[in-house]
Design a protein around this ligand. Structure first.
Ligand code: ZN
Length: 472
């Protein structure tokens, strides 16, 4: 059999040439393009046919016209489409780490037939990518397990457990059910608990939980694709087991972690920080003025961008100006991240502009807290290719690598100005600092820098006065 392929470089026009079985495999560089011939019927030419002729096992590639928005999941090529080599795999053997990874394919059984974005392939794509990059081999595999009902009852009610167990298959709505939903939700939660437990025991240093369904929207009922709040349950379990007095939860999903906030907003033992797109966007909560209740006042931090399109510059500013100062003052004993990747550039739901690489940078910064006891648990993120890349960037940093350089462009031509904060987002960060300054001495420097005077926050003055009285 012979196969005619068209190969072109980034600069030269496509060249057609006949390929015979004996033709040596062509190595493709980044930017090389290849086009299956028009004579091949649609969807019948799969990667195996093309791999006879090209070294595709070394490459990541994308269909050119949808570049940056789709992933070649099933690896079926289409005739007349052009494919671009977008990256090269790292096939070198890497040093073993004490980073834990937890994953279980049984979580994929929770699914529905239509095109719901919270689809089973999300975790499989991520896992495959980590395997291809050698990170699964390099990390410790943590055994998956179901959460017990007793563990879930640390934060949820028996009513919620019964509802998840007994709801008949439902195909529509933001929380669909099938006969495996209850088991998948127990597994998703149990995997996060188990990973946190192993970090606390010192069996692994840190880790990533590749889990679904997500959890951060759930407090009292299933909502926003979530059934049990995996992160909240895990925090409560380890707080109880190890008598932890201070835990930091960071939620960088593009949606506000409203379920987690509700569960901890009165609790000063848990510092919760969520960055999200908050204006006229699900779930509609998480304004900068929401800073906790009662004894928990000051321990809920919301940075709610009122426009989407925030990106690396904004996230790094939040980390350096708000999160890290407060977190160092709080001095957590454990850090867990609700790690949604739907703020990444190219996500079909988020509309924001984070690079995959910035998630590695944020992971790197969080590793400096709590003696490195850090767990990331997957939440949202719906562009399969991008969430795989984001997870890779986080896990490699957990495993001891330095973060990748931040890219100067994203997608085709989008400029990634990670060194600046967009004007429309400065006010949001300023408001968050202003609201929190009364509760955190560590924000006084940031307040001074951005020109917030003590009298702008009556309470700030009061708290500073109280501090000097205490010192006397
Ligand atoms: Zn989300």
């Amino acid at each position: 059999m012979s196969l005619t392929c068209f190969v072109k470089s980034a600069t030269k026009p496509a060249v057609a040439f006949p390929l015979k079985e004996s033709t040596p495999k062509k190595k493709l560089g980044i930017g090389s393009k290849f086009t299956p011939p028009p004579s091949i019927p649609k969807y019948t030419l799969n990667i195996k046919d093309v791999e006879k002729h090209f070294e595709l096992s070394e490459c990541y590639f994308e269909e050119e016209s949808t570049r940056g928005t789709t992933l070649l999941t099933d690896l079926f090529f289409q005739p007349n489409a052009t494919y671009v080599v977008s990256g090269k795999k790292n096939l070198k053997k890497q040093k073993k780490s004490k980073t834990g990874l937890v994953y279980d394919e049984n979580m994929m059984l929770h699914h529905q037939q239509n095109t719901h974005p919270e689809k089973p392939q999300r975790i499989k794509e991520i896992w495959n990518f980590l395997e291809e990059e050698g990170l699964v081999a390099r990390c410790e595999r943590v055994q998956s397990r179901r959460a017990t009902d007793e563990e879930i009852l640390h934060v949820h009610t028996q009513n919620l457990l019964d509802e998840v167990k007994n709801t008949p298959p439902t195909e529509y709505g933001d929380c669909y059910f099938n006969q495996h939903t209850d088991n998948a939700a127990h597994l998703s939660c149990g995997c996060v608990i188990e990973l946190c437990d192993q970090v606390m025991q010192g069996k692994v240093e840190n880790g990533f939980a590749v889990v679904r369904p997500p959890g951060h929207h759930c407090s009292h009922k299933p909502s926003g694709f979530c059934f049990y709040n995996n992160v909240a349950v895990a925090v409560k379990v380890i707080q109880k087991k190890y008598a932890l007095e201070r835990v930091l939860i960071v939620d960088w999903d593009v949606h506000h972690g409203n379920g987690t906030q509700e569960l901890f907003e009165n609790d000063p033992s848990v510092l919760f920080l969520s960055t999200h797109f908050g204006f006229d966007f699900y779930p509609g909560t998480g304004k900068v003025t929401e800073i906790g209740q009662g004894a928990g006042k000051g321990y809920t931090v919301n940075v709610s961008f009122d426009k989407a399109e925030y990106g690396d510059g904004e996230m790094l500013a939040v980390f350096h100006q708000i999160l890290l100062p407060i977190a160092r003052e709080f001095d957590p004993q454990f850090v867990i991240v609700s790690s949604g990747f739907d703020a990444v550039y190219g996500d079909p739901l988020g509309g924001c502009n984070l690079s995959p690489q910035v998630y590695g940078h944020m992971t790197y910064l969080l590793k400096s807290l709590a003696g490195g006891k850090l767990v990331l648990a997957l939440e949202g993120g719906y562009n399969l290719r991008e969430i795989s890349r984001c997870t890779y960037e986080c896990v490699k940093v957990l495993a001891g690598d330095l973060p990748s350089d931040l890219p100067k462009t994203l997608g085709k031509d989008f400029k990634n100005e990670y060194w600046r904060v967009g004007e429309k987002h400065v006010a949001t960060i300023r408001d968050a600092i202003k609201n929190l300054a009364p509760y955190w001495q560590s924000l006084s420097f940031a307040s001074a820098l951005i020109g917030i005077k003590a009298e702008e926050t009556g309470e700030l003055e009061k708290s500073l006065n109280n501090m000097s009285i205490q010192e006397d």
